[in-house]
Design a protein around this ligand. Structure first.
Ligand code: NAD
Length: 355
């Protein structure tokens, strides 16, 4: 074992079926009494239901969260918050809603309590981002880390099958890259392996039956662990590829992660042998040569769209993404090789097996 650094982030986590019904009690425990509920337009109704449960401690519902936090949406929300008498943001939603809460917290230093309803993991990180002219800018700040996260698997039941599957694979991508991160450490690797196993075993059950609450619980557990991984160690080539596909081509976040993970691990399969052998074991693959194919087949069985061309990547996309990724790389255990990346991204574009 090599030397390592492990830094735990200070988040109070409540986990369990039906836990969200205790939200008011938990908020009062923290002394929060003027709550602004945040949602996307699509989850506004759920936001109002929650507001009703909070009764006198709810100051209102702000249902304007949008994917990737456009800067004009963020500015308007911050102005609204500064003009309101509130003491806490309650983010009910996925990465988009939590992302908006983060920008509001960054600018006002008010705390966030999160009720995640997807598996994206933003609630466990100090990473924030916003988008201007198709360019996403990100940063890190402890003020954007939620103080409290309430995981209630029952909140995910309304998440449709394809979004559930893609979001779950988005979580798996955080755990996979944590295994070979530049600053990997044994605690996070344990969490990553546990997360990958939970997601691999329970995602197929969710797709079969969206209301399978024990499977939902297992996936939520896996997603929480994956979020801790994302919040604790640096990510690598896979996240760079996805940020490029999302930022430059405006492709949907979770689907991009789900489709490309198979090709990223194929690229890295011999780069960090210890990590990839552990990944192979967690996925039930016969060897690390197989990890890409096992993830590809898992996507297939989950009914996930397999080709980047079918979610909006243009023909010139693979070459353009390979160029951007090689020009401004993140850390990766294998050197960036343009030709090999373009070859794999072309397979991802066409939806062909990675190996
Ligand atoms: P999302 O939050 O955009 O949600 C996708 C859609 O599903 C939305 O329309 C939403 O209203 C709907 N939805 C969410 N939960 C639902 C539920 N339970 N039932 C029915 N509908 C529901 O998707 P996401 O993938 O969670 O978030 C993506 C965003 O999060 C991206 O902008 C990404 O960059 C960001 N993100 C940030 C971090 C970070 O650490 N900062 C981590 C992961 C993702």
């Amino acid at each position: 074992m090599t030397n390592f650094r492990y830094k735990a982030l200070p988040v109070d986590v409540y986990f369990g079926n039906g836990k969200s019904t205790e939200t008011k009690e938990i908020l009062l425990h923290y002394g929060y009494q003027k709550i602004l509920v945040l949602t996307t337009p699509g989850q506004e109704e759920a936001g109002h239901k929650l507001a009703k449960e909070l009764q006198e401690i709810c100051a209102g519902v702000y249902p304007h969260a949008v994917m990737h936090v456009p800067v004009e949406v963020a500015d308007k929300a911050v102005r609204f918050a500064k003009d309101s008498d509130i003491d806490c943001y309650l983010a009910l939603g996925g990465g988009s809603t939590i992302g908006l809460a983060k920008i509001m917290a960054l600018k006002t230093h008010l705390p966030i309590v999160a009720l995640p309803t997807t598996y994206a993991g933003s609630e466990m990180t100090t990473i924030y981002g916003s988008t201007e002219n198709n360019l996403k800018t990100t940063g890190k700040d402890i003020h954007v880390l939620p103080k409290v996260v309430i995981y209630d698997p029952e909140l995910n039941i309304t998440l449709p099958a394809e979004i559930s599957a893609c979001s779950g694979m988005n979580a798996m991508a955080h755990a996979v890259e944590a295994l070979y991160a530049e600053d990997k450490n044994p605690i996070i690797s344990l969490m990553a392996i546990e997360s990958i196993k939970a997601l691999k075993s329970a995602l197929p059950m969710i797709v079969k039956d969206l209301t399978d609450i024990s499977a939902r619980q297992k996936v939520t557990y896996g997603a929480w662990l994956a979020g801790v991984c994302l919040g604790s160690v640096g990510m690598a080539i896979h996240h760079k590829i996805c940020h490029t596909l999302g930022g430059t081509f405006n492709l949907p976040h979770a689907q991009v992660h789900a489709i490309t993970l198979a090709y990223s691990v194929q690229y890295n399969r011999n780069a960090d042998i210890e990590a990839m052998d552990r990944l192979a074991e967690a996925l039930g693959a016969s060897s690390r040569e197989e990890v890409g194919l096992v993830i590809y087949r898992l996507n297939e069985s989950l009914g996930i769209e397999l080709a980047l061309k079918d979610i909006g990547l243009p023909k010139e996309g693979p070459a353009e993404v390979a160029r951007i990724v090689c020009d401004s790389p993140y850390y990766n255990p294998r050197k960036y090789e343009y030709n090999e990346l373009e070859r794999l991204l072309t397979k991802a574009y066409l939806g062909l097996p990675p190996a």
